[in-house]
Ligand binder design. Structure first.
Ligand code: DX5
Ligand code: ZN
Length: 229
């Protein structure tokens, strides 16, 4: 059975002055997850938000929070973000010293663990943690900013990961983040992704509900048509 398609609006592109309202709007419009981008100005050249805003986001919705940590020494802050309300906590393989230990700590603290790979990082980084994960995030831009162009060179990585997950009989979501839009979502879905982060494409649109529905429909159709099925 194909994994279910999920749309995860990235609030990085929301109007921060009306953040609670924006989160409530995309939640009512059909979001499956709310994607929260935490950046430290060190691991990535941009600075966004911390646990206090995650807590405020949690209070604005009943949709699960998917918190993407783009911070150095992420293992020092896992508890802060889970306490603030992260349901899924995503850590970069490139940003922790002991990936397996950090994944175990996330689980112990009661959240679902996701590991994310930058475009230049190979799947081998996941070899000894894959069984522990509920989701893997394949970045399709270099992290740091919304509104960048989808990197097609990441598609074979998504295909290879889906093949491994199916072969090993695992039940793990594959999320894609960066440059996902009405133009690019079908190719990511055909390659095997089933969770789609959408920042600028969604928040720039006039009608969140219509855009989420359209993204979902394009992803569902591409998945159904793909050779994997
Ligand atoms: C980029 C962030 C993304 C970003 C995506 O580093 O991780 O979540 O918000 O934005 P778009 O969809 O505009 O590429
Ligand atoms: Zn993100």
């Amino acid at each position: 059975m194909s994994p279910s398609i999920k749309i995860a609006p990235s609030i990085l592109s929301a109007d921060f002055g009306r953040l609670a309202e924006e989160i409530a709007s995309v939640s009512q419009a059909g979001a499956d997850l709310i994607h929260v981008d935490v950046m430290d100005g060190h691991f990535v050249p941009n600075l966004t938000l911390g646990p206090a805003i995650v807590k405020a986001a949690k209070a604005a919705t009943s949709v699960p929070l998917d918190v993407h940590l783009m911070i150095s020494n992420a293992e020092l802050y896992l508890g802060d973000y889970i306490e603030a309300g992260a349901d899924i906590l995503t850590i970069h393989a490139e940003a922790v010293n002991h990936l397996h230990g950090a994944v175990q700590q996330i689980q112990k603290l009661g959240a679902k663990a996701c590991v994310v790979l930058n475009p230049a990082t190979g799947l081998a980084a996941l070899d000894y943690v894959l069984d522990e994960l509920s989701m893997v995030l394949i970045m399709t831009v270099n992290p740091g900013f919304g509104g960048q162009r989808f990197i097609d060179a990441c598609l074979p990585k998504i295909e290879a990961l889906r093949e491994t997950i199916v072969r090993r009989g695992l039940s793990i979501d594959i999320q894609v983040d960066g440059g996902v839009s009405l133009e690019t979502i079908a190719k990511a879905s055909s390659a095997g992704a089933n969770v789609f982060v959408s920042g600028s494409a969604l928040f720039k649109s006039e009608n969140y509900q219509a855009t989420i529905a359209e993204l979902r429909q394009l992803a569902t159709a591409a998945s159904a048509a793909s050779v994997r099925n």
